[in-house]
Design a protein around this ligand. Structure first.
Ligand SMILES: Cc1ncc(C[n+]2csc(CCOP(=O)(O)OP(=O)(O)O)c2C)c(N)n1
Ligand code: SF4
Ligand SMILES: [Mg+2]
Length: 317
C-alpha cells in the first residue's frame, strides 16, 4: 500500500517484526480519523498517519498542540474532531510555549504520553520562531514537528520564509526572490538533543526517526517536507513522487543531528535533474528556474552536511 493510499483510506499497517503485519483499525489507533476535510494529496494527512503509526508501534500516546494552520482546521467543527487524541489549539505564535505548559503539567502529575507540537512552516520559521527558540534553549521535554508546505496554506497561499526561491505565491506573484531559511541549522545551533528531516516518500526512515525520538527526552525537532497540491499547484496524485524527487535531487536532504554536533546523512541523492520537480508544480513559472544553479547549490549544501558528518564521526571516535 502506498503512503498516499494509506492516508486516503484511513487504515494503515504496523510492521510488528519480520514478515508480521498488524492492521491498525482507524477508529481505535489512527491519529487522523477518516472523514477529515484536508485536500486530496495533502502531505500533512500522510504525515499524521505515519506519526500515529509510529506512536502505536511504540505503545505511546500523545497530546497535540497545534497553532493556527491547516493542521488545526483538520480537527473540524466543535464538538466533533478528526483527531483521535487530545488537541490544544494555540495562538499562531505560541505553540511551543503552550506545549511547555502541557508537558510541565504532565510531569508534575507524573502522567505518561508525549506532548507533540504539530505546526506549519509559518508557525515555525516565522511567527513562532521566538517561542520555539525559547523552548529549545530550555530543552523542554517535547516533540516539535514542522510540516513544511513552504507556504501559508490556510490563509490562501502567502509566502513564508520557508518558501523556496522562484516560487509564486499570492504575495510573490513574480516568484520569490529570497532563499529558504535554514531552520535545521538554527535548531542545530540551539544544540537540541535531536533534530531530523522527514520525507513521506521514505516511510522506513520516517518511522525509524520517530522511534528514535520516542525513546529520548528533551526537545526533539522534526522538519517534514509536506506536499500541498493546493498551494504548489500540483496534482494530488503527484505528492509522494514530488517529495521523493526533492530527496533524490538533493533539494531536501534527509539527515539527523544530535546535540547540534553529531550529523548523520540518511539518503544519498542521485542528483536527479530537479527540473522535473519544478515542472510538475505550477507555482514555479515555466523556464524561470535555473536548474543547473539549483543543482550546484544542492551539491554544495550536501557536501557541507557530509563534511559535518565526517567531522563529527572523527570527534566521537
Ligand atoms: C497573529 C496571527 N496572524 C495571522 C493569523 C492568520 N493565519 C492563520 S493560519 C496562517 C498561516 C499558517 O501558515 P503555516 O503555519 O505555514 O500553516 P499552513 O496554513 O500552511 O498549514 C495565518 C497567517 C493568525 N491566526 N494569527
Ligand atoms: S491547503 Fe495544503 S496543507 Fe492545507 S489541507 Fe490543503 S493540501 Fe493540506
Ligand atoms: Mg505552511
Amino acid at each position: 500500500m502506498s503512503s498516499s493510499s494509506v492516508a486516503d483510506s484511513g487504515v494503515g499497517t504496523v510492521t510488528g517484526g519480520p514478515g508480521e503485519q498488524k492492521p491498525i483499525v482507524c477508529s481505535e489507533e489512527c491519529l487522523l480519523r477518516a472523514g477529515n476535510t484536508n485536500c486530496g494529496g495533502c502531505g500533512m494527512s500522510v504525515g499524521l498517519t505515519m506519526l500515529g503509526r509510529a506512536l502505536a508501534e511504540a505503545g505511546e500516546t500523545c497530546s497535540l498542540v497545534i497553532p493556527a494552520c491547516c493542521g488545526i482546521v483538520t480537527a473540524g467543527g466543535f464538538p466533533t474532531t478528526a483527531y483521535n487524541v487530545p488537541v490544544v489549539a494555540s495562538t499562531f505564535a505560541s505553540s511551543p510555549a503552550f506545549a511547555t505548559g502541557v508537558a510541565s503539567v504532565r510531569d508534575i502529575n507524573d502522567e505518561s504520553g508525549q506532548v507533540i507540537c504539530w505546526a506549519g512552516d509559518g508557525g515555525t520559521y516565522d511567527i513562532g520562531l521566538a517561542t520555539l527558540s525559547a523552548a529549545a534553549e530550555r530543552n523542554e521535554n517535547l516533540i516539535y514537528i514542522c510540516y513544511d508546505n513552504e507556504i501559508y496554506g490556510n490563509t490562501g497561499g502567502q509566502r513564508s520564509s520557508a518558501t523556496p526561491p522562484g516560487a509564486r505565491t499570492t504575495t510573490t506573484p513574480g516568484g520569490k526572490s529570497e532563499g529558504k531559511k535554514d531552520i535545521m541549522g538554527m535548531m542545530a545551533a540551539h544544540g537540541v538533543p535531536y533534530a531530523a528531516t522527514l520525507s513521506i516518500a521514505h516511510p522506513e526512515d520516517f518511522a525509524r526517526k520517530l522511534a528514535t525520538a520516542l525513546s529520548m527526552d528533551g526537545l526533539r525537532f522534526f522538519l517534514m517536507h509536506s506536499p500541498c497540491p493546493t498551494g504548489w499547484k500540483s496534482e494530488p496524485q503527484d505528492s509522494v513522487a514530488l517529495v521523493r524527487l526533492a530527496v533524490a535531487s538533493g533539494l531536501f536532504p534527509l539527515y539527523e543531528v544530535w546535540d547540534g554536533i553529531r550529523y548523520e546523512l540518511n539518503a544519498e541523492p542521485d542528483w536527479t535533474d530537479p527540473g522535473e520537480y519544478f515542472r510538475r508544480q505550477r507555482r514555479f513559472p515555466p523556464g524561470q528556474i535555473d536548474t543547473d544553479a539549483t543543482l550546484r547549490e544542492c551539491r554544495r549544501r550536501f557536501e557541507r552536511l557530509r563534511s559535518r558528518s565526517r567531522e563529527s564521526r572523527g570527534a566521537t571516535v
